[in-house]
Design a protein around this ligand. Structure first.
Ligand code: UDP
Length: 332
């Protein structure tokens, strides 16, 4: 099968490319390397089943050609990370909304099955935990820049759904919860790679707020496995699925676990949200995935525990620094 992955040089896209190439698919990655990185896919270059197109997702003619040549389209290209969204709101909105519009139009024109990766951020500050696919989306006011991300991604979902209702364009929507693992960078705000890097350097771990806010962290390999299976499930078309973990942990406890697992001498430093992200910032207190729907659809069950994940991310950064990992990761 010929598969197109937009944003395939990114953290999640590159893991997806690995799986699809290993399965014998011909994979084309389209990426503009704005947040994607060459080192994520360097090992695939020269592989007979791998092809790289260096282009912006907004370039209609290129996207159209790539979609026309593909049997399946995984649309992952997007602005990512709370820091990037707060610092570059215009780029965030334009990349997400315009990029998805271009991809959907091409998929509709050639009737290509497409999987849209949305985000748990669309649930916003809803307090009805765990979040289920049918729940209302509760986002904050437009002067708070963070919500531009949720709103743009929600619009992507509405657009994909509109194509499905209008012309039965085969589309699956996936809401990715906090997805972590090797290759993720902390540059755009993501907490786990930041904590692990801080711990490995014995620097203080920077917990924003009082650390009582909770998240559920899913290993990228579990997430990518779910994307591949949902794409091939006929009943998934026109549906939205949560993909993530339901092992809830507070950010304070996450910091403590990272320190323990890496054997670090680090302390924890509490930083007010205003200092981290500016005065208009608003965080959500709890974010937990209701996984009933995906469990029923594909028997989904995350294989990696939070401790496995922390170990894997620590090994990744230790290797990058040229040291020998002390703790072997427990899953392949
Ligand atoms: N966070 C933190 N320290 C950091 C980066 C993030 O305490 O250095 C917090 C952040 O405020 C949020 C949680 O960790 O409450 C998860 O942040 P991330 O950006 O990874 O994902 P989010 O769930 O906010 O999209």
């Amino acid at each position: 099968m010929r598969v197109l992955i937009t944003g395939g040089a990114g953290f999640i896209g590159s893991h997806l490319a690995d799986v699809l190439v290993a399965q014998g698919n011909h994979v084309t990655v389209l990426d503009d390397f704005s947040t994607g990185r060459h080192e994520n896919i360097a090992h695939l270059e020269g592989h007979p089943l791998f092809n790289l197109v260096y282009a912006d997702i907004g370039e209609e003619a290129i996207v159209r050609d790539c979609v026309a040549a593909a049997d399946r389209v995984f649309h992952l290209a997007s602005a990512v990370g709370v820091r990037l969204i707060v610092e570059q709101p215009v780029r965030t909105i334009e990349t997400i909304v315009h990029g998805t519009s271009v991809v959907m139009k091409a998929c509709s024109r050639y009737r290509k099955p497409v999987l849209l990766t949305s985000t748990s951020e669309v649930y916003g500050k809803s307090t009805k935990v765990p979040f289920s696919e049918e729940d209302d989306l509760v986002i904050g006011p437009s002067y708070r820049r963070r919500w531009a991300y949720a709103c743009s991604k929600a619009l992507d979902e509405f657009l994909a759904m509109a194509y499905w209702h209008h012309s039965r364009m085969p589309v699956v929507i996936v809401r990715l919860f906090n997805t972590v693992g090797p290759r993720q960078t902390g540059q755009y705000g993501m907490v786990l790679p930041r904590f692990v890097q801080q711990a490995l350097k014995d620097e203080p771990l920077t917990v924003y707020g009082d650390g009582s806010q909770t998240r559920c962290f899913c290993h990228v390999k579990d997430a990518v496995g779910a994307l591949v299976r949902l794409m091939e499930l006929p009943e998934a078309r026109g549906e939205v699925f949560n993909v993530g973990s339901d092992e809830e942990v507070s950010i304070r406890e996450l910091a403590e676990r990272v320190i323990r697992i890496t054997g670090s001498q680090s302390s924890i430093k509490y930083i007010p949200f205003e200092e981290a992200y500016g005065a208009d910032f608003e965080d959500m207190q709890r974010r937990v995935a209701d996984l009933s729907k995906i469990r029923q659809a594909i028997g989904y069950k995350p294989r990696f525990s939070l401790d496995d994940i922390i170990g894997d991310v620590a090994d990744h950064y230790t290797r990058k620094s040229g040291k020998v990992p002390q703790r072997a990761s427990s899953r392949g």
